[in-house]
Design a protein. Sequence first.
Length: 459
Amino acid sequence: MISPAEPYRIKVVEPIRLLPRHQRIEKIQRAHFNLFLIPAEDVYIDLLTDSGTSAMSDNQWAGLMVGDESYAGCRNFFHFEKTIKELTGFAHIIPVHQGRVAENILFSTILSIGDSVPSNNHFDTTRANIENQGASAVDLVVEEGRHPELEFPFKGNIDIQKLESFIAKVGPNKIPLGMITLTNNTGGGQPASMANIRQVSQILHHHKIPFFFDAARFAENAYFIKKREKSYSNKSIREIAQEMFSYADGCTMSAKKDGLANIGGFIAVNDDSLAVRLANLLILIEGYPTYGGLAGRDLEAVARGLEEVTNEDYLEFRVNQIAYLGKRLSEMGIPIVKPTGGHAVFVDAGKFIKHISPHNYPGWALAVALYREGGIRAIEIGNVMFSKHHPETEEEILPEMDLVRLAIPRRVYTNSHMDYVVSVFDHIIMNPSCIKGLQITYQPPILRHFTCRFKEINP
């Protein structure tokens, strides 16, 4: 069968330019070798994140024109609320301007010092918001999810035995909620199966522990369930998503991913009293509960995006584009997380780069080289982002995997752009000395990867 092309036509284009190499060298040095600090107009192919970088549809753009900017009770909120309720089944929908605010409001409301939140893998902002409350973000992903080279269909599953042991160890009273990240971003954009979601729900509810999703990429997770879990092959993406949500008590969501919007998010819960507490805090830090820090037009864009994202043709191309890039890189001998996930290709920099010490951040060094050699902006998901320091010795404790994430914005780049990315990797393979180790010269106490600074060192 011929592989399907993009399920859309391009109506508006945005020019991009590749700076000369000497200018890219100047830009990365001026940014202290932190890709976050480079102006976006100086990036050729921007794979830093798939968050808020989607191309909106003509339907979404049309929705902006019917934005109701009333402070309270704007009509777009009711479309937003209705759309999410029909999709998730949750009773209360609380808009926020992005996912990390949803996390902050939820965790600052229900967590106390010494609590724990188990999940498959917590992503950076989730972990930071939990730890900022003096609680522990506990990763219980299955063993297969800890080995990038293994082919396993649901590497985002929670290890059931570990979950039960953890609950027995700390006690359910110290676990205000359990979570699953859909898809599992930190572990390579890997899905959780419906069977695993159902089993986790049963265990948590047996112990009277609420169950929440980080639902940023729920549609991509539902697509993988349809393709990899035989009993769901004849179900629609929407039906699968609705069943997933039926096993949970609530969710946080950044609508900047599978909401196909450039801003927005929400908290959804069933608990009436919790909803009141969340809404009261929302008013303090985000705004009135019918806008939550968003313009009415953005509420409309999210509502329409959530209606579009369950389209199977869209998801088919979306996931296959990720697979296409992953296959090309793998054929070149570049180690990646297998199988490819729903929103990004994750390069295993720890295995790919042998001449740089792990404490000189090979993943970050590869991301720097991608920009310097080809104008590509990517992000390290590894030794800079997730390392910790021993509380007594201050020794840096590195995570298990040092990955570089090539996050593909939705409906933005063609496969010709993917071919260009492959050509830059080919150049790097032929010129390994262009990857240089790094030392940190400045770092903040939390979420250091956003603003830390480096200097390059000789191998």
